[in-house]
Design a protein around this ligand. Sequence first.
Ligand SMILES: [Zn+2]
Length: 113
Amino acid sequence: MADVPKTTLTDGSPVTPDHREIDPATGQQKAYVVLSAEERAKGFVRPYRDAYRHQTCGKVTTMGRALAETYAREPAFYSGTFCSTCRAHFPVGEAGEFTWFEMDGREGPKVGT
Ligand SMILES: [Zn+2]
């Protein structure tokens, strides 16, 4: 099993060297790395959450299932995340700029913690 990659792109395809290239039209990367489906299936250590608020602009961004599951499986996997309002990436973690937007609308803990 050592040859099974631990990470893939969000669509399950192999990680490409140029995935971090920014699309000038959207500000988003060409592609995003996630934990592989096999890794995500090992269980979550945080609740599944797919929306977060950028404290700087106050707006909520939602993300796809593979990204949300990666955060739930390995909270410190990412060093930064995308804000769809600012159209740029900013840090996550204890000193980061994002908090979880809980399913019931409450403000959750810091993204990446
Ligand atoms: Zn923002």
